[in-house]
Design a protein around this ligand. Structure first.
Ligand SMILES: *Cc1c(COP(=O)(O)O)cnc(C)c1O
Length: 384
């Protein structure tokens, strides 16, 4: 959506900041995903709920036929309530509590992605107590570093996520010996905002080595889940609004060796929802510093923490003004010096009350919002 396409007339009288969701773009994105896998009946995409758990967004994604990938019992519940069939919900996380495991067993999720031996034994014990069989994939730490920010790399050996790949034989054997565990496969996830397909090629190569090693030892690998992590273009939301799903899925078509009947699952979060969301704020004040000027917005790091947390870039646009551009440090009102969306941004000249869009904010935006500084959570606006 270009600057001029935002329905700014409908924003008047609305409380800012709020999340604006371009639902036709979300639908086009979901179509693009489906198109790439439509000739692969054993391939399934689970949407990573943590990227955006807004009930309306979840409802649309469930209706498009994707499964859900959850990282807490709360997310399992949100996915279930939004219409995802329990048989399409997978659940990862290094610290699943007893209540969370019991809830997931009770509604009958598709599988647990188990991250340690200790967790496997607790799930076995709880399934036994409840008279259930727990479907389990083992999350393997593939020891691959995605070329992305250190805080969003998850696949390195010394990382809290997953089972060390050298221990895999032992843990599969243990899972097979547990009477209430049904061993279903292997799960991987190497990080987020990955744009270099070489990182996914490295993952495929590592999985090929592992499954060949298991085959030699006559152990099953089950089906494969390669996690998520496909990145989006934060710089050109107007010209490249849909992630490069073709290159992503082609990488797995070309490089991952699948056995006949072996299913392949994906868990995409950011690439599905990031482009369709913008955080809409108003300019509260334009403040002249000695060498810079500040556009002080009513939106802040409590609605969108990515710039403060990872120095993430988001394109910023003034939706109201068409006056000649000036440079601004775009900041929020929260009492933290990291509450800065970006510095030295060229914006059409700002005045108090102008609507500002912070683009590509649909992933890890609303879902990470907090009430720090006593701020209310942001509302949402669905553009149909
Ligand atoms: C966060 C997460 C994902 C989704 O990652 P994106 O980068 O948003 O695609 C997938 N799987 C697991 C296990 C995750 O924790």
């Amino acid at each position: 959506m270009m600057k001029g396409d935002f329905p700014v007339g409908e924003f008047a009288g609305r409380k800012t900041p709020f999340y604006f969701y371009d639902l036709p773009l979300l639908e086009r994105t979901l179509d693009a995903v489906r198109r790439e896998i439509k000739d692969r009946p054993l391939w399934k995409v689970h949407y990573a709920v943590k990227a955006n758990a807004n009930p309306e967004i979840l409802k649309r994604i469930a209706a498009a036929g994707l499964g859900a990938d959850c990282v807490s019992g709360g997310e399992v519940r949100m996915a279930f309530e939004a219409g995802f069939a329990p048989s399409s919900i997978v659940y990862a996380g290094v610290g699943k509590s007893d209540e969370e495991i019991a809830y997931a067993l009770d509604i009958g999720i598709e599988r647990f992605n188990v991250e340690s031996t200790a967790e496997l034994l607790v799930i076995e014990e709880m399934a036994a107590k409840m008279g259930k069989e727990a479907p389990v994939s083992l999350r393997v730490n593939p020891d691959i570093g995605a070329h992305t920010h250190a805080n969003i790399t998850t696949g390195l050996a010394e990382n809290k996520f997953g089972i060390y790949h050298g221990d895999l034989e032992e843990v599969i054997s243990l899972a097979l010996a547990c009477p209430h565990i049904r061993f279903k496969g292997l799960h991987f996830h190497i990080g987020s905002q990955i744009l270099d397909m070489a990182d996914f090629v490295a993952l495929c190569n590592r999985i090929n080595d592992l499954t060949a090693r298991l085959e030699r030892k006559r152990l099953p690998a089950g089906d494969l889940n390669v996690g998520g992590g496909l990145g989006v273009n934060y710089f050109h939301p107007n010209h490249l609004p849909i992630a490069d799903f073709k290159s992503y899925f082609n990488t797995f078509k070309r490089h991952l060796i699948l056995r006949p009947g072996q299913a392949l699952h994906f868990e995409l979060g950011r690439s599905i929802v990031a482009p369709c969301g913008s955080l809409i704020c108003r300019v509260l004040y334009v403040k002249q510093g000695t060498t810079r000027q500040f556009a002080i917005l009513d939106g802040s790091m409590t609605e969108l923490i990515r710039p403060a947390l990872y120095h993430a870039y988001h394109r910023i646009e003034n939706l109201t003004s068409d006056e000649p551009e000036q440079l601004y440090d775009v900041v929020g009102p929260v009492c933290e010096s990291s509450d800065v969306f970006d510095k030295g941004v060229s914006l059409d000249a700002c005045r108090r009350g102008d609507f500002i869009a912070i683009r590509t904010a649909g992933a890890y935006g609303e879902s990470m919002a907090s009430t720090y500084n006593g701020r209310p959570l942001p509302g949402s606006f669905f553009f149909e």
